[in-house]
Design a protein around this ligand. Structure first.
Ligand code: BGC
Length: 261
């Protein structure tokens, strides 16, 4: 867990790497603005996405930038990351489970790195620079994509690996019914999908009583289609940083020297 230090103690820049099932992306981040400080580079994720193959790709991506030796580096990964080690694997090769992500990426880049769950990185960025920037208290960021990711931040402190996509609701793993991939797979119209989201978010708000829910993931671009259909007690708003969130959040966490590892 981390508490946000005074902004003056932070470096001006850090580097973020976002490892996903289809792409590996990286960019230096201006930490005052929460924006890329140079163009993002994207390389397709190698298949199979084993630790060796991904490490090579991350190394290539990293080498395409000329970065100062002391730049903090954060990396997101679609899995539970406990003290740097992957404990699950969503859309990446199963051989990652039990792998020390921090060590693999440190070896590939020749630098110390911080590894963090993808939704934790994206959500943390929203609390610093995006839709939850001005909200105190309990913020829950939920990413709707192939799976459902979650990020819980309480008064600026990240509570990592909440994994609320895997709540069991009505006998189902929640993400199997309410993720954006379920909408696509089952050809649900917005109303039908919103019914599932309604059930999901009602359970979540009854358990956590957040002050704000932020909805991220690619489909959040189309928030007008489904957020107005939800009837919740908690304010619910779309994410703002879109596909920059993972990179920006990973960089911001690394710059804070967060003790997740
Ligand atoms: C995984 C999470 C991940 C989320 C979004 C879920 O299936 O369990 O670790 O954050 O997908 O990628």
């Amino acid at each position: 867990m981390t508490t946000t230090p005074a902004p003056s103690a932070l470096p001006a820049r850090a580097f973020g790497i976002d490892i996903g099932g289809s792409g590996i992306k990286g960019a230096p981040v201006d930490l005052a603005k929460g924006e890329f400080a140079a163009d993002r580079v994207r390389i397709p994720t190698p298949q199979p996405s084993t630790p060796e193959a991904v490490a090579r790709t991350v190394g290539d991506l990293f080498d395409s930038f000329d970065l100062p030796a002391d730049l903090p580096i954060g990396v997101t990964f679609p899995a539970v990351i406990q003290h740097g080690v992957a404990r699950s694997a969503a859309n990446v090769d199963e051989s990652w489970i039990g792998t020390d992500v921090t060590a693999v990426i440190a070896e590939a880049t020749g630098r110390r790195v911080l590894a963090v769950n993808d939704a934790d990185a994206a959500g943390y960025a929203e609390t610093l620079y995006g839709a939850a920037r001005d909200t105190r208290g309990t913020v829950l960021v939920v990413t709707l994509g192939t799976g459902i990711g979650s990020c819980l931040v309480v008064d600026g402190t990240l509570v990592p690996n909440t994994e609320l996509g895997h709540l069991e609701i009505d006998g189902y793993d929640a993400e199997s019914r309410a993720a954006d991939s379920a909408r696509e797979r089952e050809g649900l119209d917005w109303e039908r999908w919103a019914e599932r989201l309604q059930r999901y978010f009602r359970v979540v708000e009854d358990l956590f009583w957040p002050d704000l829910v932020v909805v991220g993931g690619g489909v959040s671009k189309k928030h007008e289609q489904f957020l107005p259909l939800l009837d919740l007690r908690t304010p619910i708003v779309p994410a703002r940083l879109r596909n920059a969130a993972g990179i920006v959040g990973a960089a911001a966490l690394a710059a804070r020297g967060v003790a997740l590892d």
